[in-house]
Design a protein around this ligand. Structure first.
Ligand SMILES: Cc1cc2nc3c(=O)[nH]c(=O)nc-3n(C[C@H](O)[C@H](O)[C@H](O)COP(=O)(O)OP(=O)(O)OC[C@H]3O[C@@H](n4cnc5c(N)ncnc54)[C@H](O)[C@@H]3O)c2cc1C
Length: 340
């Protein structure tokens, strides 16, 4: 996303990316949801980032000649009186009303079982990006421009100089590390307070079950165009690896089984590590001592929603010197560097 923002402004870009390394973006369900259900509030910066992501991914669909942005409403399963009253009370509030429908729906998806369900609260301006289609198309495009180098970035081959940096005999003005979880191995930025969290998601077939909306309870169930569903997700702060686990699989299946009858057939099981930060905000901007080195990370659970908006912000900073917002700038953690 950052490469597209830089290219759009006429910047010359080279991307180093090892396709053989795991990538959270390829595992992600790609949902974007402007609502935090717990207290029925808009999610952080939703009013800005959601229209922006729709504009950006739509423009990229046109550029790449692929469909990967899908606008799909989310149905929040409402099971108790408190949730119902909160929805009805909050539905007309100025901050949230553009994102939710005030009327509770009582139409169950086909094959849905749950006698205690009181209805479904519906979220609009939500949906998902098929990240596999998007990334495949993006990489094919970068290959046609001959700007994608497929190897692991070698920190030892990096030479910093007054005018920028040299990497493998090429001079560059700036370098931005977009490494997701692998930032932990980066000698320049690993000091930042990341709090990565493993997540797992299943792709399932559920004969007899149909829903046009994404279902949300203590799981999400995302209907895909081929009739399968993505079922997620788990959160594990201890086992930070990309291996699918039996525990996560059983936990997801148990949660869904309460709401759908019949067999759930597992087609695929993926695991990844979300690059979350301690304060749950993105982290972007320059290194405290090497102004030619930058980081773009900390997208956490919301890469699809946040990446377009903050890639643009970082681009404006790099090319036009526009200040980064303090809330997302790496600068907010500079005092941590002193202790490294
Ligand atoms: C199970 C799960 C479900 C999720 N669901 C959603 C969702 O529904 N919606 C949402 O918005 N987000 C979701 N996320 C979060 C989302 O995946 C992240 O926010 C996003 O992928 C972060 O993107 P990134 O580019 O920072 O990291 P990544 O996608 O991990 O990209 C970093 C890339 O850099 C490569 N790399 C790293 N170091 C090097 C190196 N030294 N040399 C070469 N290449 C390198 C890696 O291999 C990787 O491909 C989910 C995550 C998981 C695990």
């Amino acid at each position: 996303m950052l490469a597209f923002a830089l290219l759009e402004k006429g910047c010359a870009v080279q991307i180093v990316h090892n396709a053989a390394l795991p990538s959270s973006s390829r595992v992600a369900a790609g949902l974007y949801n402007p609502v935090v259900f717990k207290r029925l509030l808009p999610s952080w910066r939703a009013a800005e980032v959601v229209p922006f992501l729709v504009k950006k991914y739509s423009a990229l669909e046109a550029l790449l000649q692929e469909k990967f942005l899908f606008s799909v409403n989310i149905s929040k399963v409402i099971e108790n009186q408190h949730e119902l009253e909160t929805w009805e009370k909050r539905a007309h509030s100025e901050d949230i009303r553009e994102f939710i429908l005030p009327k509770i729906s009582h139409q169950n998806p086909q094959g849905f079982k749950a006698p205690s369900v009181l209805g479904f609260g519906e979220v609009v301006q939500s949906g998902y990006v098929d990240t596999t289609i998007f990334l495949n198309a993006a990489h094919a495009y970068f290959n046609t421009l001959a700007i994608l180098q497929n190897h692991t970035f070698d920190y030892h081959a990096l030479e910093l100089c007054a005018s920028g940096l040299v990497y493998q005999n090429e001079h560059y003005d700036e370098l931005v590390f977009c490494e997701g979880f692998f930032v932990a191995q980066n000698p320049y930025f690993s000091f930042l307070p990341f709090k990565p969290v493993k997540g797992e998601v299943l792709t399932v077939r559920i004969p007899g079950f149909q829903s046009k909306n994404i279902l949300n309870k203590n799981f999400f169930l995302l209907p895909l165009p081929d009739g399968t569903f993505r079922l997620g997700a788990t959160y594990d702060w201890k086992n930070l690896n990309f291996e699918p686990s039996v525990e996560a699989k059983n936990s997801l299946l148990a949660r869904l089984s309460e709401y759908v009858s019949g067999e759930i057939e597992i087609m695929q099981h993926d695991a990844g590590v979300r690059p979350s930060s301690e304060d749950r905000r993105p982290i972007l901007g320059p290194h405290p001592h090497h102004p030619q080195l930058h980081v773009f990370n900390g997208l956490g659970t919301k890469g699809v929603m946040l990446a377009p908006f903050f890639a643009e912000q970082l681009t404006n900073y790099l090319l036009d010197g526009k200040p980064l917002e303090h809330e997302v700038s790496a600068v907010r953690f500079y005092d941590l560097q002193k202790s490294v």
